[in-house]
Write a protein that binds this ligand. Sequence first.
Ligand code: 13P
Ligand code: SF4
Length: 304
Amino acid sequence: MEETIVEKIVNLKKQRNAVILAHNYQVPEVQDIADHVGDSLELSRKAAATDADVIVFCGVYFMAETASILCPDKTVVIPDKDAGCPMVDMAPVERVLELKRRHPDATVVSYVNSTVAVKAESDYCCTSANAVDVIQSLDAQSQIIFLPDKYLGSYVASKTGRRLILYDGYCPIHVRILEQDVLRVKAEHPQAEVMVHPECVPGVIALADCVLSTSGMCRRAQESPSEEMIVGTEIGLLHRLRKENPEKRFYAASEAAVCPNMKRIDIEKILWSLEEMKYEVKVPEATRERAKRAVDRMVEVVKA
Ligand code: 13P
Ligand code: SF4
């Protein structure tokens, strides 16, 4: 009998000593075949700690690039090289340099959703899981540029009481989640707890019971006494939430929150990726070294 795609992937993975990392927004069959499913911070930590020779990164490009920054001796491949993140494209390095020239004494904190060139110009990186802790770990007197996500930045500013110099970027998917969407779903399910991602607009964040990274939402779903939860993030997360909590009910705050770039990878592409070792993600050494400083700090920051 002919091997199925899944069997071929499992066999090739063994032959190549490969590990498959998948972001929480990936399509269900990709999540189901992955060795680890997680948020940006967890996947960076998994990449940094793995003893595999090959990392197949199922997510968007900056995530695979971050793995490559952390693991220069490993082969990092992404099954679809066009899986970009429009928020990353909103912050070209020239504009970041201009901002640095205007605020020469400022510490630069970049969301991991940024190019390698921008990471190389940054003092710290952070993810949605540790942005508050990274800002809190900085000297209270320091001026801080936070980029590119103005909504994550304003959320962090409100949590830490720090004034941040914000950049005008945002996630075009999370801004589709509107206050009236949350209010409508809440009216339909008044007992449900509302959890949202910090990339959402401030009006949506104000309606939430908790504001969490994608894996933070998975942990909260397991700990919360609520049997119903409204989820304000990209709808791919619902698969994992439902799989891990079959007794609970999860409702999307908005069905419009679909990130097309996160849906570009499927299991056929994972197989080709392992067969042909494509598409390799490699960062030029000089930029990698400069970017690694900021990324190392991101991976290391624990609660202040
Ligand atoms: P997380 O790190 O919370 O998974 O978020 C990544 C992302 O791109 C959200 O849109
Ligand atoms: Fe980028 Fe938004 Fe997609 Fe996350 S959901 S990868 S921030 S476009």
